[in-house]
Design a protein around this ligand. Structure first.
Ligand code: PLP
Length: 531
């Protein structure tokens, strides 16, 4: 390739004392390499925008494994000047784009995240270029300040204003929920930090209380709460699942009863209530003021897992913004800008109402933490040391779109979801599943068994449930092999069987949604004819 100059200026092969990672000046390598890569990025996005592009380039994982192998070369070829041959690298990067799910199609409706934006790609590039560790501010001044500002901004929208709030980025909602459980344990039970769970057991026994700490969460919560209980040393038996109503919201009365029963029967001592704002399957919001009242009465930490639904606070529609009413009463909140707000993976925050509660996680590592100002030592608040400056990506979004823009974005999604539900209702071949109330961004539906009366799914016997779930899974498999849409299926609460679950992302096109619904109706119709 033309234009190579090696960093030692001789143009000769790099000597063995020089790392191959600096065979030439980084600036000249960047000038040559990055525009080529950016071109591939642009091609990938442009390809996604074409209506004929498949969401996934293969129909199944076995097909994918057959098509793709990744080399781990022992040695690599060099050109005449001793520079590594770039063909293999560029081929490897092309391979990634050729075989990846393409979220830029807008037809990836499978998960709670979607394509990022060009701003997100730019932000990621900037982060890699500065490659600063957000553990201490002296290493990552702007990234750490961006984290501080985003935490302040989020604390304000959630109403954490009474005490001095705090927070930090975490590598995902699960990690944030896990840190929340640990932080709660350490704050509710003083011996936890030094003596661990064993100390807590003794502490509770000394107080005449049942020695097992209990965490209460709804039957519709994310599985990370169970994982948090495992990793905190409590175990799954310490998680109590509380019943939900038909729309997937935790019933405060059932919570109260479960708490009282645990105390009366001495199965354990409640210490944490988790409320979910935006459940994974139905998109429901637990009633925060009611749950906060129960938490206060029983001396429990209140955590809100708003990983998915948190950005609803930005909505300009009062009935939706009101879904987070009461958030200021929580002790901690998780929110994932990498889901609904399309910030690149990963970008997640844990916020706490009272900054002091995070001190339970800190240790004085003299070789790292030299400042007395805790705002300069973000890593003190968590278990991780090396930290990517994920907040920078969210801050750049905030600069680009503003709080108002976040609201318009969320509202655009809600508008689409409403239209889509109307469209599904208009199709006699389809059966709509239970919906969150008010409607959020997930919609569950399935092909209707033609012979069945439209009697509401809750009256189904197990055999009917099995038969209808099979219909759903057939449609799912057929959609997968067609590769034009990616959707998921999930079993719904109250044993009504499997439904297609699609996630309406605010940038989805209504035309695509209609086409998808038409296809589900058509595939289902064909299925029931031969079944
Ligand atoms: C996605 C999700 C999580 C987990 O977040 P990750 O970033 O995937 O770890 C937790 N809770 C809820 C409600 C979620 O939707």
């Amino acid at each position: 390739m033309a234009g190579h100059t090696s960093a030692n200026g001789t143009g000769k092969a790099a000597s063995s004392s020089r790392s191959p990672l600096q065979a030439e000046a980084a600036s000249s390598e960047a000038a040559r390499l990055l525009p080529q890569v950016l071109q591939l990025v642009q091609d990938f996005i442009a390809s996604g925008e074409k209506p004929e592009t498949y969401v996934a380039p293969w129909g199944s994982i076995p097909d994918f494994r057959k098509a793709v192998t990744l080399d781990l070369p022992d040695s690599v070829s060099t050109d005449a000047a001793g520079m590594p041959d770039e063909t293999a690298l560029m081929d490897a990067i092309k391979l990634v784009f050729d075989h990846s799910v393409n979220p830029w199609t807008g037809r990836f409706l499978d998960k709670l995240y979607a394509a990022t934006t060009p701003v997100g790609i730019a932000a990621d590039l900037v982060l890699s270029a500065v490659n600063a560790n957000a553990h201490v501010m002296s290493a990552s001044p702007v990234l750490s300040l961006a984290e501080e500002r985003c935490v302040e901004g989020l604390c304000e929208v959630f109403g954490f204003t009474e005490k001095k709030p705090d927070g930090l980025t975490m590598p995902g909602g699960s990690a944030a929920n896990t840190l929340a459980v640990q932080t709660a344990l350490a704050n509710v039970f003083p011996p936890f930090r030094t003596q661990g769970v064993l100390g807590v057991v003794q502490y509770l026994a000394d107080k005449g209380k049942a020695p097992r700490p209990l965490l209460f969460t709804s039957s519709q919560c994310h599985y990370s709460l169970d994982k948090a209980a495992i990793s905190a040393g409590l175990g799954l038996d310490s998680v109590v699942k509380v019943a939900c109503d038909k729309t997937g919201r935790m019933c405060p009365k059932a919570l109260e009863e479960a708490l009282e029963q645990a105390v009366q029967q001495r199965t354990g001592t409640p210490f944490l209530i988790n409320a979910t704002s935006g459940t994974t399957v139905l998109g429901s919001f637990d009633p925060l003021p009611e749950l906060a009242a129960v938490a206060r009465k029983h001396g429990c930490w209140l955590h809100i897992d708003a990983s998915w639904g948190g950005p609803i606070v930005f909505s300009h529609r009062a009935e939706y913004a009101g879904l987070m009413k009461g958030s200021q009463l929580a002790d901690s909140i998780t929110i994932n800008p990498h889901k609904l707000l399309n910030v690149p993976l990963q970008c997640s925050f844990l916020l706490v109402r009272d900054a002091d509660t995070l001190s339970a996680n800190s240790l004085d590592a003299g070789y790292l933490f030299h400042s007395k100002d805790r705002r300069e030592n973000a890593a003190m608040k968590t278990m991780g040391c090396g930290r990517r400056g994920d907040a920078l990506k969210f801050w750049l979004y905030w600069v680009r779109y503003g709080k108002q823009g976040f609201g318009h974005h969320v509202d655009a999604g809600l508008q689409l979801a409403t239209q889509l539900v109307e469209y599904i209702r208009s199709k006699p071949e389809l059966e709509l599943g239970p919906l969150a109330h008010p409607l959020f961004l997930q919609i569950c539906f399935r092909p209707k068994q033609p012979s069945s009366a439209d009697d509401g799914a809750h009256t189904l016997d197990p055999e009917q449930v099995r038969v209808r779930s099979k219909g759903t899974q057939f449609v799912y498999q057929e959609l997968k092999s067609r590769r034009m849409f990616a959707v998921d299926f999930a079993p719904l609460p109250n044993d009504i069987g499997d439904y297609i679950r699609l996630v309406v992302h605010p940038r989805t096109r209504m035309d695509d949604l209609r086409t998808l619904v038409d296809q589900v109706a058509e595939i289902g119709h064909a299925y029931w004819k031969q079944a």
